[in-house]
Design a binder for this molecule. Structure first.
Ligand code: XMP
Length: 509
């Protein structure tokens, strides 16, 4: 039987990240909400270990998520992280509290005194913390094995019962030895051997899709981006001729993109339908300027087009989408706040005329999706494309969306992307132009101009959940800053966006 780890979700923004970090170490992990699985079910599933996630609550708050204390006696190793660490201490009868006004947020130096979790970790190293409450009194059987200047019990262990807790977040990239701590838990405590690989995900998904769909028909919303292309390949592998891929040109694609997508997919051995729906999308967007309203309008229009296509084909039960984890979490899942409604999740209308929506990539991060694409034999140019949001240039065109503004943006964006590509900037993972609704005065050939301001955005990231702005070479910025106002006459000014995510997001809307 394949080894697997249960990540028990107590609510929080980045809990899939823990599951993902476990998978990174070739151990299969699945995330389940704490209130959807009982101790008996956990024991029956044969998990090698359990990780309690963080969460925004305080354990003594009656509304906070708790778990059956019997789990501690089930003989399954447990690692509690942040809130999960406090919850573990509370379940084992320790004491939690907050010492006055103190909270630790960000990078903190953690000093440890040994123990299996810290094997291979220097006595002092940096971990990322975000908490107000702490373990104040250790439960019986536990020893404190790490501390910070402010937090007495930054880590605790009860090796006899294989129970461990860490106040810090080992799953976060900024935790220098986070990977090592997780590795120690998985391999030295739980006894995992690392038998999970992306081809297992692929096989498992193909199997699940076949079981769910049977001999039914599936319509896939294909945008030509990485996610929907990988989804298409996965579905093609699972159900082949039962699949129809519909590419909708909503009029907000990048320059030459509709033609490129058609060319890339028309020769595949799949049913492919390309539709120019730009007029109806732009009509629906008339007068819509608020970002969330734009996303919802575009999302709704997409569904209506797919419903109509489904009816033309006849008896289509399933609509498939290449939704990935970032879309789900940013659209607000469980207790996490809505950042923006990714059109294929939060942008869906209340009523959808399909029996079910299937999203086989929903638990994967962007780089895992790329890995899966390679596994499925997709060409590198498709797999390594930079992401492009479902609502397209509609959310990069600030204010109202018109054909004229989209054309200006398309031209400016093509120039910027060409310059970044030409320079071969390695750490630019997504780069594009935004047409702001600010106009400014310029001078060209002794004449006054009053044109649009274009903002350039480039981010460096591996999972798009957080991102840094790219330190583009000045030469690239200079070339874009010169060419755009010269070649796109409605633009009189170009600026570069130097905000990271957080506090900004990648897209402007
Ligand atoms: P944000 O702006 O949320 O973007 O920081 C993170 C990543 O997600 C992409 N994005 C979307 N992708 N549908 C998508 O398929 C959407 O509605 C959507 N909104 C943002 C964005 O381009 C970036 O890569």
């Amino acid at each position: 039987m394949q080894e697997k780890i249960l990540v028990l979700d107590f609510g929080g923004q980045y809990n899939q990240l823990i599951a993902r970090r476990v998978r990174d170490q070739h151990v299969y992990a699945e995330l389940k909400p704490y209130n959807k699985i009982t101790v008996e079910e956990i024991a029956a599933e044969g998990y090698k270990g359990i990780i309690f996630t963080g969460g925004p609550n305080s354990v003594y708050d009656p509304a906070s998520p708790h778990y059956d204390k019997a789990l501690l006696e089930a003989g399954i190793p447990i690692l509690g992280i942040c809130y999960g660490h406090q919850l573990l201490a509370w379940m084992a009868e320790g004491k939690i509290g907050s010492a006055g006004n103190f909270s630790e947020y960000g990078k903190v130096t953690v000093k440890h005194s040994g123990g299996v979790l810290f094997e291979g970790v220097p006595e002092e190293s940096t971990f990322w913390m975000s908490h107000t409450d702490s373990v104040m009194e250790l439960p019986e059987g536990f020893t404190g094995v790490a501390s910070t200047g402010m937090c007495k019990v930054a880590a605790m262990e009860d090796p006899a019962r294989k129970l461990f807790g860490v106040q810090f977040h080992p799953e976060v990239q900024h935790s220098e030895y986070g990977k090592q701590v997780l590795h120690n838990f998985l391999f030295k405590v739980c006894g995992c051997s690392g038998d999970w690989h992306m081809d297992d995900f692929c096989k498992r998904s193909v199997q699940q899709i076949r079981e769910k769909v049977g001999d039914g028909k599936v319509l896939l919303a294909l945008s030509g981006g990485v996610d929907s292309s990988v989804c298409a390949a996965l579905l093609a592998e699972a159900i082949g001729p039962q699949l129809t891929c519909v590419f909708v040109d909503h009029g907000m694609m990048r320059k030459n993109e509709p033609e490129e997508v058609r060319k890339a997919f028309e020769n595949w051995d799949i049913n492919f339908v390309g539709i120019d729906a730009s007029t109806r999308f732009l009509k629906a967007l008339e007068g819509v300027t608020e970002p969330e309203a734009k996303r919802k309008t575009i999302g709704e229009e997409f569904i209506r087009v797919f419903e109509e296509e489904g009816k033309k084909i006849g008896s289509v039960d399933y609509l498939a989408q290449g939704t990935i984890y970032a879309d789900v979490i940013e659209s607000g899942a469980g207790d996490a706040a809505t950042i923006k409604s990714h059109h294929n999740v939060g942008g869906l209308p209340d009523y959808v005329d399909f029996k079910e929506i299937i999203e086989p990539l929903r638990s994967l991060f962007k780089d895992e999706v790329r890995q899966l694409g390679r596994e499925l034999g997709l060409p590198e140019y498709l797999v390594s494309r930079q992401p492009f949001p479902g609502p397209g240039l509609g959310i990069r065109c600030i204010g109202d969306v018109t054909r004229e503004k989209l054309d200006i943006l398309r031209d400016a964006d093509a120039i910027f992307r060409e310059e970044v590509d030409k320079a071969g900037v390695k750490d630019a993972n997504q780069y594009f132009a935004v047409l702001t609704d600010t106009r400014s005065v310029g001078v060209m050939g002794d004449m006054r101009t009053y044109g649009y301001t274009v903002a350039l955005r480039s981010v460096t990231t591996d999972d798009f959940m957080s991102a840094d702005w790219t330190r583009l070479p000045y030469e690239v910025l200079e070339a874009a800053g010169t060419r755009i106002p010269n070649e796109v006459k409605q633009v009189s000014r170009v600026v570069y966006d130097i905000t990271s995510k957080p506090p900004a997001t990648v897209e402007w809307e």
